[in-house]
Write a protein that binds this ligand. Structure first.
Ligand SMILES: CC(C)(COP(=O)(O)OP(=O)(O)OC[C@H]1O[C@@H](n2cnc3c(N)ncnc32)[C@H](O)[C@@H]1OP(=O)(O)O)[C@@H](O)C(=O)NCCC(=O)NCCS
Length: 378
């Protein structure tokens, strides 16, 4: 029973369990490619719809391919009344719990339920990508005592999400910033939620099960919760001149400064810079420039730690953007889930294509074999 000679890779850090064509991450250089395309190009030049096509189909679409893909996405936004009723029944739960339950419930109403072929899985994946924002905004309205805002099919994915959230259309800059946020969160290799989705598919279970499990994994604060943490930190700091002392105190307690550090990146997270300008513009436009100034002051205070590979990550700027858009903190992780949908769909399809049961081992360190004692004699 000795386990002394077994190499244990706790947390599976740096363990490669398969090959992928999804995304490439070079943590030392701070490089991220989706299907071979640099995240900087996609963030600056693409749209969420085009990036989703790229991720799911493995190539950039032609105009007609993109139009057809977009028609499919736009036509699947509504969710069945029965799922709205389920959301009503659990409206007091955390939005991530509601999202998990409603995503699972959607499987019962999907026209391809029970069909696990690649074609059906793709259709279900696209429908889920369209339906997840509707679940989030339907719950948001119901818990506020309002009727949900029905989706519109004349708006982009990001613009429709903001429309359903606010009940009115946002301006083009705000829609574009949300679109960029979704692109930046769309895919990130074998993170905990995508890995979870693969484990579920590994047993030949279906995509609704895989994405429901992925949502459960994302709901934990070590995965999806940092944007919320950054906003809490910015609110606690209150004014830019308090930032240096705040950071000093956090580090003296050996706590983590939210929005800094990453398991993979030892250089700056390449996604972070694309939201920075958005925070600056939004906080000025809203007459609250102090939020941008607070974040700048935190970056300044963290400069000495860059030498140790602790840099700003994507969540550092995201939280303040959501806050300035009037989005409550407990919707920050659901927004991450909306963005991550194409990445989950891609990883489910890729796992299915070359499927294998994911079944690692645990080294047993419990007691040696024991004699069973009947309950009356214990
Ligand atoms: C993301 C995170 C979990 C990665 O952790 P990790 O890869 O396990 O990094 P480690 O725990 O090995 O950290 C290495 C060292 O850097 C320090 N460190 C890492 N992130 C830090 C942070 N945000 N603030 C201060 N110190 C940090 C650790 O304390 C540790 O120091 P030590 O060697 O003196 O003990 C971690 O950086 C973190 O908690 N960041 C804050 C939360 C966050 O922004 N998460 C979003 C990720 S997208």
């Amino acid at each position: 029973m000795t386990t002394d000679k077994i190499d244990i890779h706790r947390g599976l850090a740096d363990v490669y369990f398969d090959r992928t064509e999804s995304s490439f991450i070079d943590g030392k250089e701070g490089t991220l490619l989706y299907r071979g395309y640099n995240i900087h190009d996609l963030a600056e030049k693409s749209t969420f719809e085009e990036t989703s096509y790229l991720l799911i189909h493995g190539k950039l679409p032609t105009r007609s391919e993109l139009d057809a893909f977009d028609v499919d996405l736009r036509s699947s936004r509504a969710i069945p009344d029965q799922v709205v009723e389920i959301i009503r029944a659990i409206k007091d739960s955390h939005p991530m719990d509601v999202l998990r339950t409603a995503t699972s419930a959607l499987s019962s109403f999907d026209p391809d339920a029970g069909d696990n072929s690649p074609e059906a899985t793709l259709r279900k994946g696209l429908r889920l990508t369209s339906q997840v924002p509707t679940i989030v905004t339907t719950h948001y309205a119901i818990r506020d005592g309002r009727e949900p805002v029905a989706p519109r099919n004349d708006l982009s994915h990001a613009a429709n999400f903001l429309y359903m959230f606010k009940g009115e259309e946002c301006d083009e800059d705000t829609n574009q910033l949300m679109d960029k946020d979704f692109i930046l969160h769309a895919e990130h290799g074998s993170n905990a939620s995508s890995f979870t989705a693969r484990v579920v598919v590994g047993t030949n279970a279906d995509i609704h099960g895989a994405i429901t499990a992925g949502i459960a994994a994302l709901s934990g604060p070590s995965h999806g919760g940092a944007a919320e943490g950054v906003m809490k930190m910015a609110l606690e700091i209150g004014e830019p001149e308090n930032a240096a002392q705040y950071v000093k105190d956090v580090l003296a307690r050996r706590d983590r400064v939210m929005g800094f550090g990453h398991r993979v990146y030892r250089a700056e997270d390449p996604r972070a810079r694309h939201l920075k300008a958005g925070v600056k513009r939004l906080s000025e436009e809203m007459g609250q420039p102090k939020w941008y100034a607070i974040l700048e002051a935190v970056i300044e205070a963290m400069k000495p730690y860059a030498r140790r590979g602790i840099h700003v990550n994507v969540d550092f700027f995201a939280g303040v953007i959501y806050y300035l858009n009037g989005i409550p903190e407990d919707l920050f992780v659901p927004i991450f889930a909306i963005g991550r949908m194409p990445g989950w769909v891609l990883q489910v399809l890729e796992q299915q294509e070359n499927n294998i049961l994911l079944r690692p081992r645990l080294a047993y360190v419990g007691p040696e074999e024991q004699a069973y004692v009947p309950i009356a004699d214990r």
